[in-house]
Write a protein that binds this ligand. Structure first.
Ligand code: ATP
Length: 309
């Protein structure tokens, strides 16, 4: 496995379906050993992009390198090195869960421990159940197990926790973290901000067939609109005097009588300045809270759309 470079490199990718530009000049770089979450509203082009990277669809133009290989021309060399979790299907309905997993494990040189994987995903107890009799959530966890049991260098997970109960979601997250600690690179699509925040080193926001922002969750939340600090005190405080004590780019407003909001670069220094100004003016600032932008806010600002939850 190459240590330098990227595990996945997509550049200028386009794909049309008839007149519809599903992917429209998409660029994405995923470094080795990281988890990247691809977020985007319905129809943004996520699945199309991932399927091209997996070698299941042909691009119209652009370049894609997965572990240094072209997934269309070098599929046979690439397949054993990547894991793919599809949203559904790909399993014989009569196959038993554990049998299926052991079979896939036997095709790989250095598979994960099947028993530990089954237990980790809470699938013990249904190892002998035919696939068609598993619940939707169990089928999904089995699909995840099948994608990773061969210890791939890179896994593609398409909405891995959609529809799972909270416990199964946690188990899935644990597995993705364990894979990452093992050096596996993961690219996951998700509609869940908390999932991206929990798991991702990097988030790529896709809209209209291109990446409109990429960075760590912290970087994305830091950029753009400012954070704010709210507090309550007696009504009618002299905000002009407060602002004199604060950096130039700060704003302050009394939103309701006695309810204040200070907007700007909210750091420890700003908090200290506001509280010391209050102390000098005999004001007890109650209910101080710092409001940071969440990924949800960033997503809304970038795409103007809510994520389907
Ligand atoms: P979702 O979050 O809903 O899964 P997505 O971001 O994965 O969406 P894609 O499935 O890649 O989006 O779809 C991108 C666009 O291409 C959509 O407008 C979709 O309707 C269209 N599209 C996808 N597959 C096909 C196809 N086989 N034929 C025609 N249009 C398609």
């Amino acid at each position: 496995m190459g240590s330098g470079g990227a595990a996945l490199e997509v550049s200028g990718l386009t794909k049309r379906y008839g007149a519809k530009r599903a992917v429209d000049g998409l660029d994405l770089v995923v470094p080795h050993g990281t988890v990247t979450a691809v977020l985007g509203p319905n129809g943004a082009g996520k699945t199309t992009t991932v399927e091209i990277c997996e070698g299941y669809r042909r691009a119209d133009s652009g370049t894609v390198r997965v572990l240094g290989l072209d997934p269309a021309a070098e599929a046979a060399r690439l397949r054993p090195r990547i894991g793919v979790m599809l949203q559904s299907g790909g399993v014989y309905p009569g196959a038993r869960a554990e049998e299926m997993l052991r079979h896939i494990a036997s095709l790989h040189a250095d598979p994960l421990d099947v028993t530990a994987l089954i237990e980790g995903l809470g699938l013990d107890g249904c190892g002998r159940t035919p696939y068609r009799r598993l619940s939707g959530g169990q089928q999904q966890r089995l699909a995840l197990a099948m994608a990773v049991v061969g210890r791939p260098e890179l896994v593609f997970l398409d909405e891995p926790t959609a529809g799972l109960d909270p416990q199964a979601r946690r188990a899935t997250w644990e597995l993705v973290r364990a894979l990452r600690n093992d050096g596996v690179t993961a690219v996951l699509t998700t509609h869940h901000m908390d999932e991206a925040e929990e798991l991702a080193d990097d988030v790529a926001v896709v809209d209209g067939g291109r990446v409109v922002a990429q960075g760590s969750p912290e970087e994305l939340c830091r950029g753009g609109a400012e954070n704010s600090l709210r507090f309550t005190g007696r009504p009618g405080l002299d905000l002009a005097s407060l602002l004199k004590a604060l950096p130039d780019d700060t704003a302050a407003a009394e939103l309701v009588p006695g309810g204040y909001r200070v907007t700007g670069t909210v750091d420890p220094q700003l908090l200290a300045t506001v509280t010391s100004w209050c102390a000098q003016h005999g004001v007890m600032p109650d209910r101080i809270s710092v409001e940071r932008r969440t990924l949800e806010d960033v997503f809304l600002e970038l795409t103007g759309k809510e994520l389907r939850s």
